[in-house]
Design a protein around this ligand. Sequence first.
Ligand code: NAP
Ligand code: G4F
Length: 327
Amino acid sequence: MARALITGITGQDGLYLSELLLAKGYEVYGLVRGQNNPKIDLVRRTVPGVKLLTGDLTDMSSLLRALHDARPDEVYNLGAISFVAYSWENAQVTTDVTGKGVLNMLEAVRLYSGDDVTRVRFYQASSSEMFGKVQEVPQRESTLLWPRSPYGVAKVFGHYMTINYRESYGMHASSGILFNHESPRRGPEFVTRKVSQAVARISLGLQDTLTLGNLDARRDWGFAGDYVEAMWRMLQQDTADDYVVATGETHSIRELLDVAFARVGIDDWSGYVSQDPRFMRPAEVELLIGDPAKARATLGWTPRVDFTELVQMMVDHDLAEQRALAR
Ligand code: NAP
Ligand code: G4F
């Protein structure tokens, strides 16, 4: 039975990935942090088969302990402070967790592996946020990185460290440059879920308006359940490498609003949505659109859920959830 250790198990991707690996017969271990983390209950309810270990990406001895307990064949490093807007307010802690945390995990895996450097296969959750002020359209693996946020800078550090450990030590370390991926499990601080929750509440008469920031930014949005499949496929390759994972389509926040409001029968959302500088960023990533050709050709990966289906899935989920909460 293959064994996997996942950091960031309490997050959106951690839940989908653990479901995927459990279904494939893996023994799955998840790293959880904090002395009373409320999301641990969610993990226990959603994926009861996962074995939980305590640790923190900023604490290398806890990572080594987790590796010795889990004895994994594969490590998926999904843990991060992942909210871009927050990263300006807390740049140092974002750097420590999202950037230096990757080095801690790589070094822990290297020390744990001893002479057998390829004993553990390593996946790093890199991000399209690294492209920032994009230097090429669409963005591919070779596109110059130009991060626009402390989060993006920290991800660039983790990305290059992963490549460096592969090139320096021969580790089987791959980096997935994933474009935005969403689901009903997305945190409510991210724009898709903020919109789907608000649209559900507005249609049920529980909320009057929705306040957002920049409506013109464009993202390449896919479904998280599809994207964790690409992570797994990367670690099944004989050779480690880096891959862009994206749909190849881009949509603005306005288009997101069109589809979400249309789902509840509202064609003109202008009276419900306002803008507030509070939600604008000091430096915006205006356009993301990925070229997933390499993932398609080498991994045989293609997304199954398109943009409209994704937004409708999220609105439908939030309608059901808000109805249940209102009861
Ligand atoms: P998420 O829902 O925000 O989950 C982040 C996870 O990181 C949580 O489980 C969190 O645990 C954990 N974490 C935070 N600080 C930690 C620390 N100090 N030590 C250990 N774990 C820590 O993020 P996601 O959407 O699932 O994304 C997964 C990964 O992919 C992240 O690295 C993210 O940056 C990256 N990524 C995401 C996207 C996307 O569109 N979703 C795109 C590209 C890359 P707590 O419960 O303890 O807070
Ligand atoms: O949903 P967002 O907060 O996601 P963002 O910044 O693109 O980051 C996500 O995707 C990255 C991959 O590219 C991940 F690495 C990262 O961890 C995270 O998962 O914002 C999307 C867009 C931005 O342009 C933002 O300015 O939506 C715009 N936006 C407009 N109003 C808003 C809002 N974003 C949020 N969160 N809240 C608003 O009110």
